[in-house]
Design a protein around this ligand. Sequence first.
Ligand SMILES: Cc1ncc(C[n+]2csc(CCOP(=O)(O)OP(=O)(O)O)c2C)c(N)n1
Length: 331
Amino acid sequence: MAQAKTVLSSKVDVELARRLYFQMFLIRRFEEKAAEMYALGKIGGFLHLYIGEEAVAVGATSVLRSDDYAVSSYRDHGHCLAKGSDPRRMMAELFGRRDGLSKGKGGSMHLFDKSVGFLGGHAIVGAHLPLAAGAAFAVKYQGGDQVVLCSFGDGAVPQGEFHESLNLASLWKLPVIYLCENNRYAMGTAIHRALAQTEIWRIAETYRIPGEVVDGMDVLAVRDVVGRAVARTRTEHTPTLIEARTYRFRGHSMRDPSAAIYRTKEEVEREKQRDPIALFRDRCLRDGILTEADLRALEKEVNDTVDDAVAFADASPEPPDEWLLADIYKE
Ligand SMILES: Cc1ncc(C[n+]2csc(CCOP(=O)(O)OP(=O)(O)O)c2C)c(N)n1
């Protein structure tokens, strides 16, 4: 049942091109600014950047409806922004302030925004895959046709939760799209040292669901593949496993700044040649979809949005001590 596909990315109109470029650029700038704020001590704890992988979240989310759900791991800024969350409240959460999405108590790894159907960033590797299946079960039980997009890294694949989740989703025909963002490393562990089957999309066959592989640096190719999966899932409630091949340009987290121990500088430089934002920018110009002036205007809008988010976060007060014991159990 599983099949590899060479996807020719489809045509794109002006409005869609603007939206995709804006969102990818927003994720990039938001995170570059977050890195800067981390260096200044405005952000504490962990900070995992998604830089290099933007085409995956943006391409995939672009085919979702606003009432569909998305859930992701601790590298969650891109997914939350792509789902339409407010950059101000996201930055405030990174700053640990009271106007943050999780009232400043979750931080970078625990963004959550029910208003846009973002069911959270989750810090424990693999732990959110069963949660995605649970949300999909709820959709089916209630007779809805929403889908749940579940993004995770290659590091989650050897986990039991991955296999248990795919097995149940297949048996129960749950509307989940499992989107593996294969950036080739789980912290410092290269994929071939952790997985017996490095062609992750092939694992779909074991669970008798469709499996596809896609170039995760091509936003339109991701959009095509996920779009097909969404259509199938809505009508047949069939889960799908998609492997998007991508690369993270930075270290695992801000505590791994050089990322030089487990991969070569040459490899990183080579991969940066396929920067998904630059590739899409070039394509828009080459095909005459957007002009240099259009792109510059979008970039300015993004820069202003991110500056505004930082100002908002900085002005938001710290959460009071008494909030520490609130929101622990569902009240
Ligand atoms: C159950 C569990 N084991 C170990 C860790 C420590 N840990 C944090 S991130 C990570 C690597 C995960 O890599 P991957 O899933 O490929 O995601 P990526 O960082 O590449 O986006 C590990 C092992 C954890 N958070 N949870």
